[in-house]
Design a binder for this molecule. Structure first.
Ligand code: GLN
Length: 277
């Protein structure tokens, strides 16, 4: 990892901002007015754990945002396609590391040295913002309460000590369950697929997870689960970046804006959700 002086950083980031503004205003046309050394200016405004690559971490059990292709084991999903486009806009290659526990992502980014970003359907929260930088939002999300088809349970009946509610550890769904089902037995798991399987087999009475994930999974694979509550938490997903790398946060925010302007974000949303979110 190379470090740069504050002076270099300020110079690099202002050039970067200029270059990206020109690109954004040009509507996809080559920014003829941009200075010739743009690429160098971009690279000097932030550090990367692997030169020329945007190295990403996630928990790869959160479809359709991220999961592993059954045949190849490669990461696939909305966040993966989004990260490819993001890297392209930054002039970088993409490098996905193996899946890790969701609640280890923020600590890993904070510690530095392993990955540049966590892209994980991660809600922007004040607690996370105290530990890492979060990019501008790129997806809106809500929570959902899920039971097995045929279950008569409601939000009210699930709020009892004998009811087991599965959540993914360290998520906003886990926080919501702790707050709104205070009597229930909350079971934190490594991933939401295990939670879905557990509700299916009767190990748990219900689960709480992000609505786009439960809706997608129920439609495509867990057809014997049902959403009994859509919970309008008004969450927004962002990308987690080290606070020691503010130039990367700025560059990612510019790239996300460019992806909205040039239609690539809408295209990726349509690919995975059938329409723009
Ligand atoms: N959006 C939720 C959170 O940030 C869940 C994310 C996830 O499980 N990957 O806590």
């Amino acid at each position: 990892m190379n470090t740069i002086s504050r002076r270099q950083f300020v110079k690099g980031s202002s050039l970067l901002a200029t270059a990206l503004t020109l690109t954004a205003c040009g509507g996809g046309a080559p920014a003829a007015e941009a200075p010739a050394d743009d690429a160098a200016a971009d690279a000097s405004s932030y550090t990367l754990v692997n030169e020329g690559k945007l190295t990403c971490i996630s928990n790869l059990y959160f479809p359709p945002f991220e999961s592993m292709d059954e045949k190849t084991g490669e990461p696939v999903g909305f966040d993966i396609d989004m990260s490819k486009s993001l890297a392209e806009h930054l002039g970088l290659e993409i490098n996905w590391l193996p899946s890790q526990a969701f609640d280890s992502l923020v600590p890993t980014i904070k510690a530095g040295g392993t990955a540049d970003v966590a892209i994980a359907g991660m809600t922007i929260t004040d607690a996370r913002k105290a530990e890492v930088d979060m990019s501008d939002p790129y997806v809106d999300s809500n929570q959902s309460l899920v039971t097995k088809t045929g279950s008569e349970d409601t939000l009210e009946t699930l709020n009892a000590a004998e009811k087991k509610i599965a959540v993914q550890a360290g998520t906003t769904g886990a926080d919501w369950a702790a707050e709104n089902l205070p009597e229930a037995t909350i079971v934190p798991l490594d991933d939401i697929i295990s939670a879905m399987n557990g509700v299916l087999t009767g190990s748990y009475d219900g689960l709480v997870t992000d609505l786009p994930v439960s809706a997608y999974q129920i439609k495509n694979s867990f057809t014997e689960l049902q959403i009994i509550e859509e919970i309008p938490t008004g969450e927004q997903y962002g990308i987690a970046i080290s606070k020691d790398n503010p130039g990367l946060t700025a560059a990612i925010n510019e790239a996300l804006a460019a992806m909205v302007d040039d239609g690539s974000m809408a295209q990726i949303q349509t690919t995975w959700f059938g329409s723009e979110l």
